[in-house]
Ligand binder design. Structure first.
Ligand SMILES: Cc1cc2nc3c(=O)[nH]c(=O)nc-3n(C[C@H](O)[C@H](O)[C@H](O)COP(=O)(O)OP(=O)(O)OC[C@H]3O[C@@H](n4cnc5c(N)ncnc54)[C@H](O)[C@@H]3O)c2cc1C
Length: 657
């Protein structure tokens, strides 16, 4: 009977941030995605709203940032603190940068826009790529069985308007259902409550008329009449968070609620002596929150969960949607590698280990963050000391022993809330001294290229068109590993005067190399306009030459790079973090000496490993590293041509940047 069932590569339940981003990636990469949501219409107002600096980079890398910024979100550069003053008043006690300079962020601000508009950008992207979210549909049953080994998961879906059911078979089922998940309940995956404290928040979006001077800033206001958090929003709106109840209250009732009028009256009181009247309320919700984390993100590596299904916490630091995006990307590229035959199924286990450990850190952080604001307020001098203790190496979070604990906490918090604290531990992908494969050329414990973290950002000039570019963003998120090749100071751009680079390129092009083994199956494929994947869908190269742009002629470089003409860069842009460096991008990335190196960056932007560039042996080192998780024989990319995002479609992604 299974032959009658429709078959899909993946069925995604829920069109919130996690489901949508997973759907966008897999649809772009050519998969058959069946995506449903039980709500008749997408999010119209309210809910999450903060896009953190690192998430902006990810959205840029996906070609979605510009469309989101077109909605003109509010941008928070500074946070203001207000405390009680004599006479029942409030007074500003300090301000600090929301993303201090030591983080070296490309976009040092939080963008504030309601969740529905962010979702709309992704829904539009799906439509553009021939997919859609079906509404209002829900899931009524699923099981993993062997009735069809190619499509082992059977799922029953139901249209909530007509009650018509549709049973389908799929390779994967993903639950992005939010905090209340049918799939998680059916799997009997328990939620572990990290902290018994739970909170009830009143959240109100609207337009206010006020003489409070910081209404366009993010503010935490403590007053004798209660506390409030102010967040500026798009369209001249503001969001107010008011804690209505906490389990630390003597008469705590998790079902306690408050009307719009009650919250407005409380806010009015807190803002005194400033006035605060509401012209319009766009959205109001009472949002009960318990801190919880799912024990498992999958049981069989066929049914996966992510986003709020797996972790919930307070909205104070604006992390929910951002964490959901990270979950989605992390799973997307791993599913893609397995389903394309590149990697063994075992790599899928890293989704849970990597993302769950980040969620644990998030919940710990959420506790501390709440405590930081409830115990005592920092003095202005502490804040300014923390904000200005600029070091270019934001990756170094270990506090010197004599550092004020608040300052240390501030730094760690900023890094985490901005999204740069996402650090994946050593595993099969993230090379370390414990990795099963070792080679003398692999750079272990490199101070700047810490595996599991993102590659330091840097600027360069693209040789082909003399454009100034952000190097780390040049290769779009298209499911490929990125090999950033820093040719080194000893390497000249002149023909024949770059031996290590030439030997490396020759070895990479050998028919048996990892690079060639995963080449396109279709030899006739027209790759003329494919800047990112001219030879293989699994690897994308970018070459950085320590020379001025006019000195570089691509035809003088090894032949391999002729097909990557649009991915050759001159390292000739002065950068503040390394003012005296001859080759600033080399220095920022950690290649200060004569010798260059190759940085392997995962499709989600995190550093996998780094290798010294010496010639053929560099390819040997990479060969051994990739052999630990890639298909042993190597497989030509299957004929299925991805719609967008790989191969010919990559230009389209770039065109959106
Ligand atoms: C009322 C509310 C207010 C919030 N306010 C804030 C806030 O102020 N600040 C903040 O940072 N975060 C807030 N959040 C949390 C934030 O929205 C989430 O962290 C974020 O959206 C997580 O994304 P997600 O995709 O995991 O889940 P969600 O955004 O919750 O998306 C889940 C989707 O799945 C659908 N769905 C659920 N079950 C099924 C099913 N069985 N079948 C089909 N579809 C299903 C839902 O309708 C929904 O569209 C709020 C959440 C809620 C519910």
């Amino acid at each position: 009977m299974t032959k009658d069932f429709k078959k899909h590569d993946i069925v995604i339940i829920g069109a919130g941030p996690v489901g949508l981003l997973l759907s966008v990636c897999l649809t772009r990469w050519g998969y058959d995605v069946r995506h449903i949501d039980n709500r008749p219409v997408p999010t119209a107002t309210g809910r999450a709203d903060g896009i953190q600096p690192r998430t902006l980079e990810i959205l840029r890398n996906l070609g979605l940032k510009r469309k989101i910024m077109a909605y003109d979100p509010a941008r928070v550069f500074e946070v203001a603190f207000w405390d009680p003053a004599p006479g029942g008043k409030i007074v500003r006690t300090g301000t600090w940068a929301s993303c201090p300079s030591f983080l070296d962020a490309r976009y040092p601000f939080t963008a504030l826009l309601h969740q529905g508009l962010i979702e709309r950008v992704m829904i539009d992207d799906l439509r553009m790529n021939g997919n859609n979210v079906q509404r209002p549909w829900t899931i009524t049953r699923f099981e993993t069985n062997n009735a069809d080994p190619g499509y082992p998961v059977e799922v029953e879906l139901k249209n909530l308007d007509s009650n018509v059911t549709d049973t389908v078979r799929t390779k994967y089922l993903f639950s992005g259902e939010g905090a209340k998940s049918f799939v998680r309940e059916q799997l009997k995956v328990p939620i572990r409550h990290k902290d018994p404290i739970s909170h009830v928040w009143g959240v109100m979006d609207g337009v206010v008329r006020t003489n409070f001077p910081d209404i366009k800033m993010k503010c935490t206001i403590h007053s004798d009449h209660g506390s409030i958090m102010v967040i500026p929003r798009e369209d001249n709106m503001v969001r107010l968070y008011i804690q209505i109840a906490s389990s630390t209250d003597p008469d705590f009732n998790p079902r306690k609620t408050a009307t719009v009028e009650e919250v407005q009256a409380a806010a009015k009181h807190i803002f005194e002596p400033y006035y605060c009247d509401w012209d319009r309320v766009e959205w109001y919700s009472v949002y009960p929150i318990g801190q919880g984390i799912a024990e498992k993100y999958t049981l069989d590596h066929r049914v996966f969960m992510g986003g709020d299904v797996c972790h919930t916490h307070s909205p104070k630091a604006g992390q929910g949607m951002n964490t959901a995006f990270h979950d989605a990307i992390n799973l997307a590229w791993k599913l893609h590698h397995v389903e394309s035959g590149f990697a063994s199924r075992s790599v899928l286990s890293t989704y849970e280990t990597e993302r769950k450990s980040v969620a644990e850190t998030l919940l710990d952080f959420d506790n501390k963050y709440a405590a930081l604001f409830s115990t005592r307020q920092p003095s202005s001098s502490e804040v300014s000391s923390a904000s200005n203790s600029s070091t270019s190496h934001h990756t170094n979070t270990s506090a010197p022993e004599d550092e004020n604990p608040f300052v240390a906490m501030f730094k760690a918090n900023c890094e985490f809330t901005a999204g740069y604290g996402v650090a994946y531990g050593p595993n099969i992908y993230n090379h370390s001294a414990e990795h099963t494969y070792q080679h003398p050329l692999l750079l272990t414990n490199h101070p700047k290229l810490r595996t599991g973290r993102i590659m330091p950002n840097s600027n360069a000039t693209r040789v082909a068109d003399a454009n100034f570019v952000h190097l780390e963003n040049e290769i779009p998120c298209n499911g490929s590993f990125r090999l950033f090749i820093f040719a080194g100071l000893q390497s000249s751009a002149k023909k024949g005067e770059h031996k290590a680079l030439s030997d490396f390129a020759t070895a990479l092009q050998a028919p048996t190399s990892f690079y060639s083994r995963f080449g396109w199956a279709d030899e006739e494929r027209d790759t003329h306009h494919d800047h990112n994947n001219p030879h293989t869908p699994l690897f994308s190269l970018a070459l950085v030459v320590a020379a001025r742009r006019p000195e570089i002629e691509v035809s003088n470089l090894p032949e391999l790079f002729h097909d990557y003409a649009a991915r050759v860069y001159a390292d000739d842009v002065w950068q503040k973090a390394v003012p005296d460096a001859k080759a600033p991008s080399h220095a920022k990335t950690g290649f200060e000496g004569d010798e260059g190196g190759v940085v392997v960056v995962r499709p989600d932007g995190h550093v996998a490993c780094a290798v010294r560039l010496v010639g053929k042996e560099t390819v040997d080192a990479l060969e051994g590293y990739f052999a630990t998780f890639l298909d042993k024989t190597g497989r030509k990319a299957r004929a299925r041509e991805p719609k967008f995002g790989l191969g010919g479609g990559a230009q389209r992604v770039r065109a959106q940047l």
